[in-house]
Write a protein that binds this ligand. Structure first.
Ligand code: IPD
Length: 290
């Protein structure tokens, strides 16, 4: 079968990933300016899958900007997985074609409350392989980047994960996820309790999956786990963590499945396995089946 024009670029090895990366960086910085300004302004807030799953006009504005600029700059790219388009019914499918995976505001609830832990996340995959990730911590003006085989950086400084293998010496990060029904909360809290019983130094919830994963990549935490995050929360951060020397895996202990709405990440495989073994599953379904 003849490859499509967008696949041909990959087959011939002339894929413009350098240019794609540079454009992603510029767009993440531009988006950051918009978000910083909007943070202090009045917001129109709506809910999506639950009362804790929020969206504002700024999420839409930033997503529209990023997607429309990418379409202009890379007209042969037709695959976009973007949080708000998906919420409006767009399918979430990772094919072999170059695919942009975008979270316009990660930490929307923080954004609504002016809690300053808010990010833009842009990931890029080809042949279902993550090529690069760009995450902009908007309020602290920190730009995290990772490119497959080329390392991970924050504002130009190379990132390195922690080498901790002992759960009893670990600082662990997690996020609550959008479901708040009693059964889900029970398992969420019992997972946290199990890690505290195992004598982890602490378990933190900062309200942004992507930034928590960036802290892990920086060595500021030893592990991360979550049920209920999405491929746009994970894509860019996964490249950054791997390039910083870390492990990103499924909560079953198997390989990461970007569409599975669950993850364990750590500086070392030993730590990731210990966390995975401690967890009870919360079923959030799959992004590609919604
Ligand atoms: C959410 C945040 C939140 C996490 C959710 C994410 P959003 O992203 O990262 O902390 O618990 O699972 O989906 O909705 O702010 O982009």
């Amino acid at each position: 079968m003849k490859p499509s024009s967008e696949e041909e670029e990959v087959v011939q090895g002339v894929g413009p990933w350098d240019e794609c990366f540079e454009v992603a960086v510029q767009l993440a910085l531009r988006a950051g300016q918009i978000i910083r300004k909007a943070l202090t302004e009045e917001k129109h807030v709506s809910t999506k899958t639950s009362a804790a799953d929020l969206v504002t006009e700024t999420d839409h504005r930033v997503e529209d900007l990023i997607v429309s600029e990418l379409r202009k700059r890379f007209p042969s790219h037709s695959r976009f997985i973007a949080e708000e388009a998906t919420a409006s019914g767009a399918k979430c499918v990772l094919t072999h074609s170059p695919t942009w995976i975008i979270d316009p505001i990660d930490g929307t609830c923080n954004f609504v409350h002016r809690f300053p832990t808010v990010a833009v996340s842009i990931g890029f995959a080809v042949h279902q392989e993550l090529e690069f990730g760009v995450i902009h911590h908007c309020t602290e003006e920190r730009l995290y980047t990772g490119r497959r085989g080329q390392g991970a950086f924050c504002n130009g400084q190379r990132l390195q994960v922690s080498r901790e293998t002992d759960l009893a010496k670990a600082l662990v990060l997690t996020e609550i996820g959008p479901k708040r029904d009693p059964d889900t909360l029970k398992v969420f809290l019992s997972n946290m309790e199990r890690l505290l019983h195992a004598k982890a130094h602490g378990v933190r919830v900062i309200g942004s999956s992507t930034l928590a994963l960036c802290y892990l990549a920086s060595g500021a935490a030893d592990a991360y786990y979550q049920f209920g995050l999405h491929c746009w929360d994970l894509a860019a951060a996964t490249v950054i963590i791997r390039e910083a020397g870390g492990i990103v895996m499924d909560t079953s202990g198997g390989p990461l499945d970007l569409m599975s709405c669950r993850v364990v990440a750590a500086g070392t495989r030993e730590m990731a396995v210990l966390i995975a073994q401690a967890l009870q599953t919360i079923n959030y379904g799959r992004d590609d089946e919604k």
